[in-house]
Ligand binder design. Sequence first.
Ligand code: C2O
Length: 467
Amino acid sequence: MPTRRNIYNILEDGGSTIASYRRGMEVMKARSRANSNDPTGWIFQANIHGTSENNPTFNQFWNVCQHRSFFFLSWHRMYIYFFERIVRSASGDLNFALPYWNYSQPNQRVLPQPFRIPADSSNTLYVSQRRTQINQGTPLPATSVDYSRALSYVNFFTNTGSFAPSFGGGVVSRPMQFASPNVTGQLENQPHNVIHGDIGGPGGWMSDPRLAARDPIFWLHHCNIDRLWEQWLRLGQGRSNPVNNSTWMDVKFSFFDENGQKQEMSGKDILDTASQLNYVYDDMLTPPPPTPPTVSLIAPASASPQLVGSTSKGEVIRLTTSAASFSISPVAQTAFSTALPVANQRVLLAFEGIEYDNSPGVNYEVYLLPNGQSAPKEENYVGTIGLFAMESHAHSHTGEHSGHEHGNHDTGENNSQATVVLEATQVVEALRQRGEWSGQFRISLVTTYQDQPVSEVRFKQISVYTL
Ligand code: C2O
């Protein structure tokens, strides 16, 4: 059975998988050049995820990536599964399995060498449309690669209308490329979206859903996200796929196989990678599961989050700089007593109504600063907001995504705003234990790499909820 292996281990033992990937990619690129409508071509495959190209024949199969809903994990699993089959066949390596990049390993945070060197057009795996530091071999920031928060959530999805965070994202009733105003799944936000912004940077391919899948590292990134989904399941303690949700289980998505034949798949077809999709991950070959990551357990919420404070109502926050900070006012005089929250309460920061005109290519690290502190420190770090998969506001209103009239698309007006919720409970708890918590605080946002966003980022509001 094809085994998806860690790219760093492949590098150590000679790397024939990488040679196969290169060969498969070259064949696929040649197919695209010969016939841009060949579904097994490199660009066609990338366009399934997203494109600004206009091709009336294939629009229904393009621009269909599923983001900010509970389809995120399942759709991308199907997507890379068919891609892997196409590469296997195109490369002629019948044992080919997609490698994964486990950037969360402290000594594996550097973009794997074949993707950087040589840094010229002789190297199929190199693309210049990436952040310079990444192509130069600078390790990804330690904050970005942290998946322990995401894996700590036991619940797969968030119910409609709720702000409670979940591992896999908000429920939707039908496919939507960029579901809105749904709560983004925790794994999707970080590390997934964050890594996209780190690799692509302002103006790069990986930071823009319409171009991301043209970068060959995209597929190794998603292979790792798919593996983290498996890891999450193996952590048990109530973690499970939403098999009781018939929408998630039965809605069909279309892809193309290695013969260019259209294939349909739904959630129920991808629950078991070994028996249904014929692949396994090298670090999960034998039960019991590998040493679990050090994650705590965050049980599903039984109550709805209560709004206790926010930035000024009705005042849209416009971010154009690498750093900004905001004070939070209590919604009611009594809401912020001196010791909010009460013991055992969870504290959530919700960034609501996030939108932009074009992919800004940045991530904002979020810090919670107690009264009187002005510079963020490590202990104030709450999480990072990855500004990757939101439909560009400008496009959603001009109809530039011509695929909207077809297939798996939502045509809703409000298709461009996102909500990201970050858990601040641990940070608040630590502040409390150090005696630094008074119930008054500011939220500080700092871009990773001190990036300037290439397009203004807007938040309708930053709110604080207790749960
Ligand atoms: Cu559909 Cu990593 O993106």
